[in-house]
Design a protein around this ligand. Structure first.
Ligand SMILES: Cc1cc2nc3c(=O)[nH]c(=O)nc-3n(C[C@H](O)[C@H](O)[C@H](O)COP(=O)(O)OP(=O)(O)OC[C@H]3O[C@@H](n4cnc5c(N)ncnc54)[C@H](O)[C@@H]3O)c2cc1C
Length: 395
């Protein structure tokens, strides 16, 4: 074996939020650290995540926002770096995070670029080196550490942190070092539907309770905002359910437009709005309960003419409206335009207190290379930073 061109205590593969945080934490402990990033710039994926205002975290940060079976796994990382501690960390490095107006997003003035620059500044201050534009495809566990080949040159490290996000080369590296890797499936996606009437309400936002069903089984229920599109639904609530759609058949999305009220209350309200004696046209009578376009679409679905008087609606139409307003079913044909992918290295083979591999000594895995399933809206970024910090503290 030729002499290594570079020897470091810790080599980090991946210069996203997880990798940079791991590099910072390890270098702050006096370790010699080199971070290798495939792209000419680091944190590219993170920068894409918010059109300039990438969320770093979320005011609703809680383990329950990480897909069921992963909640326990992320709990140590979140406990070690909860939101107030993350705010303090960035404030100590000169960046004051703020709460965005919507979705509980926690963002930085200056957007994702400011976050990235702060991480890069902290990495440099800690004395770690960053090599950009370098893809690592080979890493081998050897006695006392790891042997890597970078641009044809041998590199050695005592400890190795894999923080490649959901990249296929990262998954191959993890697999080569003994880890089970679940195939990546689309997540944070719109859900496509061939209901033709959706075109008439495209662009409309609603707050809903949504339940995704596969055949007779309810997969999960979430509340939040939903956007109607031509041929699809998207928005926070759909993104958070879409990861469950992969590989499922007979999918239906059930929507309740009154998540905070019981069906009885909505029924009473509806019957009052339609009134016994009102001569208003039905869409106008529904105006207090639904946006006009949605009311018109529902009446069309029921075969009620737009010029029907509210007082003339038959009982079956009133019952039909109640059903559409509280349990509308959309048949789902698949996921569309995914923003990310779920899958990756199995969390069962990683110690959640250190992010050390349980399979290969000296190996650490952090961020979205792991098969965790964060909700949309800054939860993944927070986990990447928290797990990166823990990996760097132990590597
Ligand atoms: C459009 C979009 C929307 C998103 N929306 C949200 C959101 O709302 N909320 C949220 O929390 N998250 C969101 N994300 C995901 C968010 O970007 C991640 O949470 C975060 O970036 C994860 O950080 P990471 O460091 O684990 O992985 P990444 O950011 O993916 O970083 C990994 C880095 O490793 C590099 N790399 C990969 N393979 C190699 C290799 N072999 N050698 C060298 N370098 C390599 C990559 O170039 C990359 O820079 C979104 C992402 C996108 C693209």
């Amino acid at each position: 074996m030729p002499e290594p061109a570079l020897t470091r205590d810790v080599v980090v593969i991946g210069g996203g939020p997880a990798g940079l945080m791991a590099g910072i934490a390890a270098a702050q402990r006096g370790r010699s650290v080199a971070v290798f990033e495939r792209e000419p710039e680091s944190c590219i994926r993170f920068l894409l995540s918010g059109a300039g205002d990438a969320p770093v975290s979320n005011t609703g940060l809680d383990v329950s926002r990480f897909g069921g079976r992963h909640a326990r796994f992320v709990s140590d990382a979140i406990a070690q770096l909860p939101l107030p501690a993350l705010r303090d960390w960035f404030a100590d490095h000169g960046l004051k995070l703020r709460n965005a107006e919507h979705y509980g997003h926690v963002v930085a003035p200056g957007g994702g670029t400011a976050v990235r620059d702060t991480l890069l500044g902290a990495l440099e201050d800690a004395g770690a080196e960053l090599y950009a534009g370098v893809t690592i495809t080979r890493a081998e566990a050897v006695a006392g550490g790891f042997a890597l080949v970078i641009d044809g040159e041998p590199v050695s490290a005592n400890a190795l942190v894999l923080a490649t996000g959901p990249s296929p080369t990262g998954h191959a590296l993890a697999h080569g070092l003994g880890h089970d890797v679940a195939p990546a499936t689309p997540a944070h996606a719109a859900l496509a539907t061939d209901e033709p009437w959706l075109a008439s309400v495209a662009g409309l936002w609603m707050d809903v309770r949504a339940t995704l069903h596969a055949g007779n089984r309810a997969l999960a229920t979430r509340e939040g905002s939903l956007l109607f599109q031509d041929g699809a639904v998207s928005g926070e609530v759909v993104f958070n359910l879409s990861g469950l759609a992969a590989g499922m058949r007979d999918l239906e999305l059930e929507l309740d437009f009154y998540p905070e009220q019981s069906q009885e209350d909505v029924a009473e309200w509806l019957y009052r709005a339609l009134g016994g004696g009102t001569r208003e046209f039905a869409p106008a009578a529904l105006d207090r309960m639904l946006p006009q376009r949605l009311a018109e679409a529902f009446l069309r679905i029921l075969g009620v003419k737009a010029n029907a008087r509210a007082m003339h609606l038959e009982l079956k139409d009133r019952q039909g409206l109640l059903k559409l307003m509280t349990a509308l079913r959309l048949s789902i044909t698949g996921a569309r335009d995914p923003e990310t992918r779920f899958g990756g290295a199995s969390v069962r083979q990683v110690d959640p207190r250190t992010f050390a591999s349980r399979v290969t000594p000296g190996l650490y895995l952090a961020g979205e290379i792991l098969d965790v399933q964060p909700d949309w809206g800054g939860f993944g970024a927070h986990f990447a930073l928290a797990s990166g910090q823990m990996a760097g503290r132990h590597a």
